[in-house]
Write a protein that binds this ligand. Structure first.
Ligand SMILES: Nc1ncnc2c1ncn2[C@@H]1O[C@H](COP(=O)(O)OP(=O)(O)OP(=O)(O)O)[C@@H](O)[C@H]1O
Length: 330
């Protein structure tokens, strides 16, 4: 029997029909994520990471629209699912964690009210059982004295603790898939590391597939099994995390790694990728990175196909893949 991954995104295209023209925010993106695995989606601001996450969960609003591709969740295409069925999957089988926990939390309701409702909407358990599940969930994400904290309102938590509550809510119904969009970016580095570790552990325990969206390669290195590097609405390189970080083949990935502090000798200057990302309204013909790429030549005026360059899985969308190991401190 063929293996069906938790999520298989195939050739996803999500475009915004703006007054200035068609903005191709996601332009033919494909990846898979399986039970208990973590996929890091990394790229600079505006590369299409959030729109990819929103497309999967059905939260793209007009003038945006999923134009093409398939979003296979346990084999069912979410892109073609009626809105009501998709709504039912959200919160039950698929959850999202946002950068701002107040996207999840209701400021005027106590935490216990919110958590118990989240549990009882999707499963037929008593109030008492739901309350005890809620208390356990707070404990699992490292909230001290969870019994007492259940009665608190969101504003009575610190930023880090509030995000932990939002994460506990996302994990409540043991979803098959969680999409986390920069949930730790606003937090202190130590708290960020604790939260990454806890979420990864819980997802492995429950078999939840996790997509972690970030612009920070060190976060991806800490949490992900596989990584997709996004640039201008496309994935330009993807594969097993150590393969991609140690032997990046796409000049953009090399540039990203070079711009992380501590990538080589201490004290050496950071390398910035010269130039800026092209407008998604007027993408250049061929490889979208070619105008910033020092290896670009006439071949790059044709869009390269994603092709496998190594095993364990490692694929690149470049006509001139680089080879060799890079030193980095990520
Ligand atoms: N509602 C919208 N209308 C028009 N364009 C949009 C809309 N939402 C997003 N976009 C555009 O889609 C592109 C991709 O945005 P997206 O938020 O996915 O990037 P990102 O990689 O997540 O960046 P960031 O890290 O800054 O959130 C951007 O050019 C953005 O301006």
């Amino acid at each position: 029997m063929t293996h069906i991954p938790t999520l298989a995104v195939e050739g996803l295209q999500t475009w915004f029909h703006t007054k200035a023209g068609v903005l191709k925010a996601v332009n033919g993106v494909s990846f898979e994520v399986d039970r208990g695995k973590v996929l890091g989606l990394v790229g600079e601001s505006g590369s299409g990471k959030t729109v990819t996450g929103f497309s999967i969960i059905g939260l793209v609003d007009p003038p945006g629209r999923v134009e093409g591709g398939r979003i296979l969740f346990n084999g069912t295409d979410l892109a073609r699912l009626p809105a009501e069925e998709l709504r039912q999957l959200r919160g039950a089988r698929i959850a999202m964690i946002f950068q701002d926990p107040m996207m999840t939390l209701n400021p005027v309701l106590r935490i216990d009210t919110q958590m118990i409702e989240a549990i009882r909407t999707h499963s037929n358990v008593s109030y008492k059982k739901a309350r005890s599940q809620a208390r356990d969930a707070l404990g699992q994400v490292g909230i001290p004295s969870p019994d007492e904290r259940l009665a608190a309102y969101p504003h009575q938590f610190s930023g880090g603790m509030r995000q932990r509550v939002a994460i506990a809510i996302a994990l409540l119904n043991k979803p098959d898939l969680i999409i986390a969009d920069e949930p730790t970016t606003a937090l202190d580095v130590t708290i960020q590391a604790q939260i990454l570790f806890e979420v990864q552990k819980l997802c492995r325990q429950t078999g939840t597939a996790l997509i972690w969206i970030t612009h920070d390669l060190s976060v991806v290195a800490a949490i992900a099994d596989e990584v997709c590097v996004m640039y201008a609405g496309r994935i330009v390189e993807q594969g097993v995390i150590d393969e991609v970080l140690d032997r990046p083949t796409h000049p953009y990935t090399q540039g990203l790694i070079g711009s992380v502090p501590g990538h080589n000798r201490p004290g050496s200057p950071l390398q910035q990728i010269p130039g800026v990302m092209p407008s998604l309204l007027t993408l250049p013909k061929g490889c979208s990175f070619r105008l910033r790429c020092r290896y670009a030549d006439s071949a790059c005026q044709v869009e390269p196909e994603m092709h496998v360059v190594a095993n364990p899985y490692h694929a690149t969308k470049c006509w001139h893949p680089l080879s060799g190991e890079v030193s980095h401190g990520i």
